[in-house]
Design a protein around this ligand. Structure first.
Ligand SMILES: O=C(O)CCC(=O)C(=O)O
Ligand SMILES: [Fe+2]
Length: 261
C-alpha cells in the first residue's frame, strides 16, 4: 500500500519542505489541533488554537509540540503551490478541489479514525518520517469504536497498545508502515488510520469518493445525519453524552469478542 518513486517528477519532490512552506505561506493564520480528548463544548473538528504559519513552522522545528494542522486546503489558501504537484493517474478519479495538507511535530499523532466520507485516500508525505497504522472497516468490532463518531476509544495508544487493558485489539488485523519523504500511502475506502509524526513533517491527501454503494450511503449518512445528531446530543446532554459513548465503545467491543470466542 506504500507507493514509492511515484512523485519524483513533481517540483514538490525536490522543493517541498518545512522551510519552503514557511516562505510560501508564512503569513497565513492556520488552525491548530492538539490531542485533548473530545469535549462536549467543542463542535465536531473545531480548532484548539491559531497561529501564523511561520511561527508554527518555527515551533515544529524547535521542539516537540502537540499542535497539528489538520485538513488545510492548499489550493484555497496558497494557490501557487498547486504548480508543484499533479494529480497522478491511479486508475480512479481524484477530487481536484480538495488537496488537504496535514502538519505535525515530533511525536504528535492523529487519533485512530476514518474519514467522514469513507473516501479512498492517497497520502503523500514530505520532509520527515511518519508512522502509519491502518485497519479495514471489517475490524470495527475489535477496535473499541466510539458510536456516533469516527474514532476509537481515545485512551488507546496505538503506537504501543496495552493489550491487557484493550484485549480485543489482539483479534484485529491491520497494517503498519513508516512513510518517508516522497512516499505515498494508499488507504482504501473507509480504512481506519492512526498517524504519528516521528520527525516534524507534513503530508498532502488526495481523495477519491467511495465507490462501494454501501460505503457511499454510509458516507452520506455521516455527513448529513450523524454529524448533526452528535452535535445536537452534545448540546442536549453535555459531557454525559461523551462519557456514555466512550463507555459504549468498551461495552460493545467486549460483547463482540464474547460472540467471537
Ligand atoms: O497525517 C495526519 O495528521 C492525518 C492524516 C489523515 O487523517 C488523512 O489524510 O485523512
Ligand atoms: Fe483522516
Amino acid at each position: 500500500m506504500v507507493i514509492e518513486n511515484c512523485i519524483k517528477d513533481w517540483p514538490a519532490y525536490s522543493k517541498w519542505n518545512l522551510d519552503y512552506i514557511k516562505n510560501a505561506a508564512g503569513q497565513k493564520i492556520v488552525p491548530l489541533y492538539d490531542n485533548r480528548p473530545v469535549d462536549y463544548k467543542e463542535g465536531f473538528n473545531e480548532p484548539h488554537a491559531r497561529m501564523k504559519m511561520k511561527d508554527y513552522i518555527d515551533l515544529l522545528k524547535r521542539e516537540p509540540t502537540k499542535y497539528r494542522i489538520f485538513l488545510w486546503n492548499v489550493i484555497k489558501e496558497v494557490p501557487e503551490l498547486q504548480k508543484d504537484f499533479k494529480y497522478p493517474d491511479f486508475g480512479i478519479p481524484l477530487m481536484k478541489g480538495l488537496p488537504m495538507l496535514f502538519f505535525g511535530g515530533r511525536d504528535s499523532y492523529t487519533f485512530m479514525h476514518y474519514d467522514i466520507d469513507l473516501a479512498n485516500i492517497f497520502h503523500f508525505h514530505f520532509d520527515g518520517k511518519k508512522e502509519c497504522i491502518l485497519f479495514p472497516q471489517s475490524e470495527n468490532k475489535y477496535l473499541y469504536k466510539v458510536p456516533h463518531s469516527l474514532i476509537t476509544h481515545e485512551k488507546i495508544d496505538f503506537s504501543n497498545p496495552d493489550l491487557e487493558k484493550w484485549p480485543a485489539l489482539k483479534h484485529a488485523t491491520g497494517y503498519k508502515t513508516q512513510l518517508k519523504h516522497g512516499e505515498v500511502l494508499y488507504m482504501p475506502e473507509g480504512y481506519w488510520h492512526y498517524m504519528k509524526y516521528i520527525t516534524p513533517g507534513f503530508s498532502m491527501s488526495l481523495r477519491s469518493v467511495a465507490r462501494n454503494p454501501m460505503r457511499l450511503s454510509k458516507a452520506l449518512y455521516n455527513v448529513f445525519f450523524m454529524r448533526h445528531f452528535d452535535n445536537g446530543m452534545r448540546r442536549l446532554k453535555g459531557q454525559q453524552w461523551i462519557e456514555w459513548k466512550n463507555q459504549q465503545a468498551i461495552v460493545r467491543t467486549k460483547k463482540a469478542i464474547k460472540e467471537t470466542l
